[in-house]
Ligand binder design. Structure first.
Ligand code: DAU
Length: 342
């Protein structure tokens, strides 16, 4: 299959590129705008691969998207291209609506016009909103609460409408909080790991008791591939790791594994509209034959090890554009924050 994978230079995308290239039947065309979190260094190991091509471009660029789909005789599309960080969506909501809704629309229409046989939209468990108790199943009402999750909900609803209206075979996945190597250090786990390596403060939002279901990137990619190949058209599939942890617990695990002191923890002012908890019921994808295999203890240990051994990957990132963002997002909050236990 000739697969167009958008956002393939990002975190989940780059893991997925490598996974798909392991299957001899796939040709992978990676289409990525290379914005701040897209990084070709994530794909060094496959750059010369005979079944891999890279095209730089934006999914909102309709003529370019159409020509890539036509020129590469694309059979299937996996849309990983997205603005993904909740905190940035609070600073700049417009760019999220543009990429996650408008861009998805451009891609869907170009793929439908070209007769593409399969389209997978990578979405998020955040579309269910904050879930105080129990778990979200795919038939639950969508109730997104941040510009990020609302944009992702818009994108996936548009995708699902293509099945209802045109019988264009779309499948949606709703993944939970993903972690692993090559994740841009604005997200909780890589930010806390790299700060802890440098003995910098770890900014815990609010009371640090928010809950996330942690999913290893390898398990997430296996779920996306499985849904892409075997999912029912017009259907959404939850993908979760089954590892619910409070943020404070994860922060303490990171500090322990690096031998760092808990005095690095700082409670800082909360994220506006912060969702308290996400938790998904994954039985639909399990019934299709997928299950997560990485335990959180092993996955986190390996992730900490990877960041420890790959400073040449993340140090240039943290000293570039990221530095300005970090100042804006955290400097004041950290100055006003309180230490753990005080
Ligand atoms: O649930 C899936 C989603 O998980 C993905 O769709 C998103 O792309 C991804 O960003 C993630 O969203 P979260 O907002 O849950 O992830 P984040 O890593 O930003 O934060 C995880 C938790 O840690 C959340 O409760 C906020 C908290 N946090 C985060 C940061 C960056 C802190 O306490 N301090 C921080 O500095």
């Amino acid at each position: 299959m000739n697969i167009l994978l958008t956002g393939g230079a990002g975190f989940i995308g780059s893991h997925l590129v490598r996974r798909l290239l392991d299957r001899p039947e796939h040709q992978v065309i990676n289409f990525d705008a290379l914005r701040y979190s897209g990084n070709l260094a994530n794909l060094e190991s496959v750059q010369q691969h005979p079944r891999y091509r890279f095209v730089q471009g934006d999914i909102c660029d309709q003529p370019l998207v159409e020509s890539v789909i036509r020129d590469h005789q694309i059979d299937g599309v996996i849309n990983c291209a997205a603005e993904t960080h909740v905190d940035r969506s609070i600073l700049d909501p417009g760019s999220f609506a543009r990429t996650d809704v408008v861009g998805t629309g451009v891609l869907l229409e170009a793929a439908r016009q070209a007769g593409v046989r399969r389209f997978l939209q990578v979405s998020t468990d955040e579309v269910y909103g904050s879930v105080e108790t129990g778990t979200s199943s795919e038939t639950d009402r969508l109730a997104p609460r941040s510009p990020y999750s609302a944009s992702k909900a818009g994108g996936e609803l548009l995708a699902l409408s293509y099945w209802t209206t045109y019988q264009f075979p779309v499948v949606v996945t709703r993944g939970s909080n993903t972690y692993g190597s090559h994740q841009y250090p604005e997200k909780f786990i890589p930010l806390f790991v790299t700060n802890a390596i440098d003995a910098q403060l770890l900014p815990l939002y609010g009371d640090g008791r928010q809950c996330r279901d942690w999913l290893a990137v390898e398990d997430h990619c296996a779920g996306i591939e499985h849904a892409f190949l075997h999912g029912e058209p017009g259907t959404a599939y939850n993908i979760g790791g089954g590892n619910e942890r409070e943020n404070l617990t994860v922060a303490e695990m990171i500090l322990d594994s690096l031998g760092q002191s808990k005095s690095l923890l700082r409670y800082v002012s909360d994220r506006p509209g912060h969702d308290r908890r996400y938790a998904v019921d994954c039985s639909r994808l399990r019934e299709l034959g997928w299950k997560p295999v990485v335990s959180f203890a092993d996955g986190l240990r390996e992730t900490v090890r990877w960041y420890h051994e790959h400073e040449s990957w993340w140090r240039p990132i943290k000293s570039g554009e990221f530095k300005r963002y970090y100042e804006e997002q955290y400097r004041r909050r950290l100055e006003e924050g309180t230490a753990c236990g005080s």
